[in-house]
Design a protein around this ligand. Sequence first.
Ligand code: ZN
Length: 433
Amino acid sequence: MRVLRLLLCTIPLFGQTTYDLLLKGAHVIDPKNKISAVRDVAIRDGRIAAVETDIPAARGRKVVNVAGLYLTPGLIDLHAHVFAGVAGPMLGGGHSSIFPDAFALKAGVTTVVDAGSSGRRNFEEFKRTVVDRARTRVFVFLNIGGHGMTIDSEEQDVADMDAKAAAELAKAHRDTIVGIKVAHYRGPDWGPVERGVEAGTLAGIPVMVDFGDFRPERPFQDLVLKKLRPGDIYTHAYYAPVPMLDEKGKLMPYLLEARKRGILFDVGHGGAAFEFRQAVPAVKQGFAPDTISTDVHSGSINSGMKDQLNVMSKFLNMGMTLDDIILRSTWNPARVIHREQLGQLSVGAIADIAVLSLEKGKFAFVDSFGARMDGTQKLVGELTIASGKVVWDLNGRTRDHWDQLGKYQGLGEPYWDGSRGGARPIKVPAPPQ
Ligand SMILES: [Zn+2]
């Protein structure tokens, strides 16, 4: 009986393709393909197989009703700290990295970019202990400092910022290292920025800058108007020291000039780098971020930042549209790191998907300075799919009812993994007598 059922499952229906998973009825937002409408989405072999107005339920081995929800490409968090167990003290106030699966998947995030937690001297350890083990896809901005963010003095040691060696390592790990990070520098000179840009140029990858201490000897305006190249990223866009508004509260024109040059502005919320007093007036005057990211670490996750969806919800309540916010959390970051096969739902693309609910009610949001902003909308992660597999399911939408599974035979599969027809009991061997 069981064999017959398996056979039936694999026989194509009337010669048509069957899909591993069919998600029906959600409002799909796929900015790359300019789709913002109700669509059915089908997955097969870990890839997007179809995005159409109506795909018959009979064609899905597993069919999930997601009507009333939003379905987007898996979110990409461009600024995270995931060198768990090692990188910490320089993240601010002694905070540390977090293993990516512990926070990303439940917030619809299927890809994180670690922003400089490791440098060339400990990248291999980072790769072995986190990047290669996580279910979340992890890319790396390699710190220009040799030891990344493991100890404060390392990020101040310009002598150990070897552009050539960093570029060589980046070239040897093109599949993982997508950029160079410069961060937390307190000195008066441009040394770290210049060496970071040199490494980025040698390896042909972008540079992300956390400007550290803002000092008169190296004005921020020069960073974005002269030092960085088009495609480079300034993170912590709404950090209080950024010269953003003039005495009358008007957005300073040089920011638009920098943007015209191709400099990208990333949120990088973190524990100290996002202030409503900067962000609300700037966004109202048209200075929205290019990418929305968390700068997640053990401090920011427990304060105003919380998670990617909370940061996105802040911008939603500041008046940006949901479509704009999804663009800045999917297709935009994919392009920034030159991973255009991600952040989109074209047929053939890797099936990384976030299904989100948009809750309406009375909510409040807190910034890095402890200030509060009230809001009426909040995004919640309902279902996350990575490479076609369900990795987060808040309300058991992909699961079968407990009273329809027949006789209990043993431990079930913890996740529907795309190759089985649902939560079928799996027979486990009896314990030895
Ligand atoms: Zn950071």
